[in-house]
Design a protein around this ligand. Structure first.
Ligand SMILES: *[C@@H]1O[C@H](CO)[C@@H](O)[C@H](O)[C@H]1NC(C)=O
Ligand SMILES: *[C@@H]1O[C@H](CO)[C@@H](O)[C@H](O)[C@H]1NC(C)=O
Ligand SMILES: *[C@@H]1O[C@H](CO)[C@@H](O)[C@H](O)[C@H]1NC(C)=O
Ligand SMILES: *[C@@H]1O[C@H](CO)[C@@H](O)[C@H](O)[C@H]1NC(C)=O
Length: 484
């Protein structure tokens, strides 16, 4: 960091240093960090070509001190397709916008008691898969003795996979599960408590089939994508840990852009989620470290809460989960402040209502007044760089193609109970173009003040994020995800 740099960079760091000093900030190192603009995250497509079908389900796992550690990969590893980096980055933002619009309208519907009104959210420009397209991370588990790679979702509850015989299945990389070849497969009966839990967990009650009296489920992700099938029990292996009679959805009619995966793992808050069903083994605690989108990067999903297994580099700080009876499956937190380059933002919007933490939203959305304060401070501190046009939801962009490296002001999100999320240096700028000619502040404003804020996965990268559903608290610590 202290090495000689070409003049433009040197002078920009100097001006930032002077600015930091002018603000009365003593520790330069903590408030600014260099971000390399060349050969960093942008080599996806070149390396991707060699990654094929096999990478989808060849993921590592291990057990340690009562916890099970599964390797977490970016979903692009599963698609087996050539990916154009620029197009992929740009499409992801547009889909993220649709995903959040859809989420907001689902939330509004639920709050106004309109739970059944699914159709009102279906008039979006893209017919399907918006939500699932933005759920970027996958893990591999074993169900009924078969390996399956599934999307990890903290925003829903029911775990499901595609099942034979399919009425309508999308194409997936691994073979589709065939229950008739598994002696441990059992249908869930429609008079069982699991079947009754469906309504709370998915918003749709179980439907009884007549003979045999099976329980049929339906999960709609509100954007036109859905899964429909029968509720069943099967042996689930998470790494070396066996879970007998795990309740899941055997999906016979599934639609959406699930990116070649076998299905989805629901890590929400209700009794049907994987967290609840495994709470006697793992104590209702799970955590993740989301890797960057760099080729080859992997993170981890840890089931179980013994902190000795974390590789965190800063102490874990905890904040209370706020309960929202109308949105029981989501995790809400109380955002009390933000600092930019060590400077505390002032806004009356902090500490009001809950902000949702979601693994399936990419870009963090803030209430308009908070976003305005953040943008103003960021622009003030990151000054002297040529600006570039905004893109989609991102409105604070720069052309940094002339620079090798820039020093950027770091961001801290503060939560009730003095918990802090120190956003990693890779979570501040979004590269719309890989040549750095359009690099944007990776946070966005909500359209209205009454919409619900969301902490997106881009700002959660290289963090250990711990969900303790028993104590109803969320822990955060810095961690470099790549070490499995
Ligand atoms: C966590 O693991 C360590 C090392 O095995 C063990 O000594 C400790 O008792 C465990 N803590 C809990 C709460 O299980
Ligand atoms: C559910 O129905 C089955 C037969 O259809 C019956 O044997 C069982 O006792 C019932 N279970 C409950 C919990 O009512
Ligand atoms: C959030 O935390 C602040 C500071 O502890 C507190 O004053 C405020 O009432 C909390 N807000 C909610 C919605 O719980
Ligand atoms: C970005 O800046 C470089 C050099 O500073 C310039 O050559 C290039 O045209 C700019 N690109 C755009 C899209 O403005």
């Amino acid at each position: 960091m202290a090495q000689l740099k070409p003049l433009p960079i040197f002078s920009s760091s100097l001006s930032l240093l002077l600015l930091a000093l002018a603000n009365g900030v003593l520790c330069f190192q903590e408030n600014y960090k260099p971000l390399s603009l060349k050969n960093n995250n942008l080599q996806w497509q070149q390396k991707k070509k060699t990654a094929g079908v096999s990478t989808c389900s060849s993921q590592k796992s291990r057990s340690e001190n009562g916890a099970t550690i599964l390797e977490l990969k970016h979903k692009n590893y599963c698609s087996g397709k050539h990916i154009d980096w620029n197009k992929d980055q740009q499409k992801r933002l547009i889909l993220d916008d649709l995903h959040v619009q859809n989420l907001q309208s689902r939330i509004k519907n639920k709050i106004s008691g309109n739970i059944k009104d699914v159709s009102s959210t279906e008039n979006l420009p893209l017919a399907s898969g918006i939500r699932l397209q933005t759920l970027n991370y996958v893990v591999t588990v074993e169900l009924g003795g078969e390996k399956m790679t599934v999307i990890v979702d903290t925003g829903s509850d029911l775990t499901w996979i595609q099942c034979q015989p399919c009425k309508s299945c999308y194409s997936q990389q691994d073979p589709i599960f065939n229950p008739s070849t598994s002696p441990s497969y059992q249908k869930v009966l429609c008079n069982s408590s699991s079947c009754h839990s469906l309504e709370f967990a998915t918003g749709n009650s179980g439907v009884c089939a007549s003979n045999p009296p099976a329980c049929n489920y339906f999960v709609s992700y509100g954007d036109g994508s859905y899964t429909r099938g029968e509720l069943a029990r099967e042996h689930l292996n998470l790494g070396k840990t066996s879970v007998k009679d795990f309740v899941f959805g055997c999906g016979r009619n599934n639609k959406g852009l699930f990116g070649g995966t076998s299905g989805l793992m629901g890590l929400g808050r209700s009794v049907l989620s994987l967290v609840s069903q495994t709470s006697s083994i793992f104590g209702g605690v799970f955590s993740y470290c989301l890797p960057s989108t760099q080729a080859g990067a992997s993170g981890s999903l840890i089931l179980g809460g013994n902190s000795s297994v974390y590789r965190n580099s800063t102490p874990v700080t905890f904040t209370r989960m706020i309960s929202n009876p109308q949105l029981p499956t989501f995790y809400f937190l109380n955002l009390t402040g933000i600092t930019i380059g060590g400077k505390q933002l002032r806004d009356s919007g902090f500490g009001k209502g809950g902000i949702l933490i979601d693994s399936g939203t990419v870009i963090t959305r803030l209430p308009p007044s908070i976003y305005r304060a953040l943008k103003a401070e960021f622009v003030k501190q990151f000054s002297g760089f040529p600006s570039a046009p905004g893109f989609s939801i991102l409105d604070t962009c720069y052309n940094l193609s002339a620079y090798q490296e820039v020093n950027i002001p770091l961001m801290k999100l503060q939560f009730e109970g003095n918990a802090e999320l120190n956003v990693d240096v890779i979570g501040i700028f979004y590269f719309v173009k890989s040549d750095a000619s359009q690099v944007c502040l990776a946070l966005a404003s909500l359209t209205f003040d009454d919409e619900i804020g969301i902490i997106g996965n881009y700002q959660q990268r290289n963090q250990r994020v711990i969900y303790d559903t028993k104590k109803s608290q969320l822990g955060i610590a810095g961690e470099s995800c790549s070490s499995m």
